[in-house]
Design a protein. Structure first.
Length: 321
């Protein structure tokens, strides 16, 4: 088990390093093009990869959702998350964007109360409050001017948390193919309608960068799946916080960014709170619902499926085989 956990942790670290490289490309292109254009073409390039994954689904059924309104709400949240997160990456320092997005596990814990009937004990409740104070340290309202990018990052954290909890609520009833395809189709249709208003011609090298966004997201997703299959969730989940290290490195190398003291302190508070919640959920002393551990994903943008959905499909196929 120890070797398996180590292998899973290393695969997760590699996956999140690839995700961070993906975000560097997003930030570079975001300085030149609208998030609408970036997400639309990234989704278009990701369709073949996802199609190859879905054609192996042997289960009978159709693509009509059993919970249409929840599916619609999740799809809307996913589109909002993609646009907000991509915009935040384009205008904010990488480390600051990550610090705000890391608030998602805290928000998932809160949202699980009304949507999943989860009971949050005093310790996890205090961890959430401390973590949200860390967000305030990063934002420093009243001491520094809040930009649209800050609101975009907060919006991405909230909308991705809502989408995560909705998946936990309806995921047992809905086919994975439904949950995977609808956000991608929404990106294709909705952003496709908006594309003529923001489109700028792209040289071939920038089209290649869009392909990098799609392929890096796909490869990183597969690595996270392998990590969760090899190791305990409580070991893999905290590895996502390694992205803050890559943010500091990549920010300094490519964008001349240096995280300020408040971002560092706030990020440390948020990460500590998130890890504590993960450890509490993995300790077996709380309720059986574990919304943070079972989310298994970065903020969902509709370009690639959620990790939990792919992992569920892989596990089901293995059982069937």
């Amino acid at each position: 088990m120890q070797n398996s956990n180590l292998r899973g942790a290393l695969m997760a670290l590699l996956a999140f390093a690839i995700y961070s490289t993906h975000d560097v490309v997003v930030k570079f292109l975001g300085g030149l093009y609208s998030p609408v254009q970036i997400i639309f073409f990234s989704t278009l390039l990701a369709f073949p990869l996802v199609t190859l994954m879905l054609i192996r689904d042997r289960r009978d059924g159709n693509l009509r959702p059993k919970h249409p309104w929840w599916s619609l709400a999740r799809t809307v949240c996913t589109v909002i998350t993609g646009l907000s997160a991509f915009y935040a990456f384009s205008v904010l320092p990488l480390a600051q964007t990550y610090a705000i997005l890391f608030a998602a596990p805290l928000l998932i814990t809160v949202l699980a109360i009304p949507l999943l009937g989860e009971r949050v004990g005093i310790r996890r409740g205090l961890a959430v409050m401390v973590g949200l104070c860390g967000v305030m340290v990063v934002l420093r309202p009243g001491q520094s001017s809040l930009q649209l990018g800050h609101f975009a990052a907060l919006t991405a954290a909230v909308s991705s948390s809502v989408a995560s909890v909705i998946v936990r609520k309806i995921g047992q009833d809905e086919r994975s193919a439904v949950l995977i395809l609808y956000p991608m189709l929404a990106n294709f249709v909705v952003l496709g309608l908006a594309l003529p208003f923001v489109y700028h011609p792209m040289p071939i090298q920038h089209v290649g960068m869009l392909a990098i966004i799609a392929s890096f997201s796909f490869v990183a997703s597969l690595l996270v799946i392998a990590a969760y299959r090899a190791a305990q969730a409580v070991v893999v989940a905290p590895m996502q916080y390694s992205q803050i290290i890559w943010a500091a490195i990549y920010g300094a190398i490519f964008f001349s960014e240096r995280p300020d003291l408040y971002t560092g302190i706030g990020a440390a508070i948020i990460i500590a709170s998130g890890i504590y919640i993960v450890l509490r959920e993995g300790g077996g002393k709380v309720e059986t619902k574990r919304p943070v551990l079972e989310s298994k994903s970065r903020p969902e943008t509709g370009i690639m499926p959620r990790i939990s959905l792919i992992l569920a499909r892989v596990t089901t196929r293995d059982i069937a085989d």
